[in-house]
Ligand binder design. Structure first.
Ligand code: SF4
Length: 94
């Protein structure tokens, strides 16, 4: 798979990097850099090739990336599937 189509709009990893920067004062400088680099690497690798396994991607396909809750992590696949099932079961048939 190519890059996730939601890569530019999805805030998840940007938010994580921002959070680390905000609390960065509590880290030693090399720890902060390491965590930021890890988040960026993870974003590039995960979002570039494994988006189909991402809970946020699954839910975004149903409701749009802007409507995906900020606290839904890429690994929350079970939660995403439950939300999708609920949405589909309450959707009005056309
Ligand atoms: S793979 Fe998931 S976390 Fe990455 S950009 Fe797509 S929706 Fe966001």
């Amino acid at each position: 798979m190519n890059c996730c189509p939601y890569l530019t709009e999805c805030q998840y990893f940007n938010d994580q990097i921002d959070k680390v920067q905000r609390v960065g004062a509590t880290f030693k400088s090399n720890q902060l850099e390491r965590i930021q680099a890890l988040a960026k690497t993870y974003r590039l690798e995960f979002c570039a090739s494994k988006a189909n396994f991402c809970a946020r991607h699954m839910l975004a396909n149903e409701i749009g990336i802007k409507n995906v809750p900020n606290d839904l992590q890429p690994s929350h696949v079970l939660r995403a599937k439950e939300m999708i099932e609920k949405l589909r079961s309450t959707a009005t048939p056309q």
